[in-house]
Design a protein around this ligand. Structure first.
Ligand code: I22
Ligand code: ZN
Length: 184
């Protein structure tokens, strides 16, 4: 059971290495260009992907591997007053889109994380980001879901297993942070 999961992780990682390196490089450029041009990086996801959003944002505003200036990464999953009031007054489907409306500017980047590519709150956030006119990056899995039509770039992990998809997402998150560290 344990070994099977580790092999599944390794096989998924091999597929990512074989097929997604050019997309990951594009994603690194999107993050670096956003920050270089004075924009900020807004990140959202549900469940384990909320944890990933916070993890990546903290490594921008705090630090990753080296000492450098603080950089603008914000997770939209942490303000319980905003989350509960928006969910209560408008519905859970709008908890991220409303915050994107409030915070995103054209020079920013919105990163939406969903293993299915179909979580309604994330799809609505992408729609709001499109209305604002900011860049959009998706981290998804399976067939990419409806996120395929809503992101400038949707990185689709070639797996149907939520846990394996999430493991690849945080690996990519760390690669994004390393590329930011190399530039700033
Ligand atoms: O972490 C896990 C499973 O590994 C769960 O918390 C998972 O993130 C939640 O079920 C999410 O609601 C799944 O949503 P999504 O990835 O399809 O957008
Ligand atoms: Zn999980």
């Amino acid at each position: 059971m344990i070994t099977a999961q580790l092999w599944e992780h390794l096989q998924t990682l091999e597929k990512v290495i074989d097929s997604l390196v050019p997309d990951i490089e594009k994603a690194c450029n999107m993050v670096n260009n956003t920050i270089s041009n004075g924009g900020k990086v807004l990140i959202a996801g549900n469940g384990g992907s909320a944890a990933d959003a916070q993890h990546i944002a903290a490594e921008l505003s705090g630090r990753f591997l080296k000492e450098r200036k603080a950089l603008p990464g914000i997770a939209l999953t942490t303000d319980t007053s905003a989350l509960t009031s928006i969910a209560n007054d408008y519905g859970y489907a709008y908890v991220f889109s409303r915050q994107v409306e409030a915070l995103a500017r054209p020079e920013d980047l919105f990163i939406g994380i969903s293993t299915s590519g179909n979580s309604e709150g994330i799809l609505n956030a992408f729609k709001s980001a499109q209305e604002v006119g900011c860049a959009t990056l998706g981290l998804s899995g399976r067939d990419g879901g409806k996120m395929n039509e809503l992101c400038d770039l949707n990185i689709v992990i070639p797996s149907d297993v939520t846990a394996r998809i999430q493991e690849m997402h945080i690996t990519i998150g760390h690669i994004l942070c390393k590329s930011v560290d190399d530039l700033f």
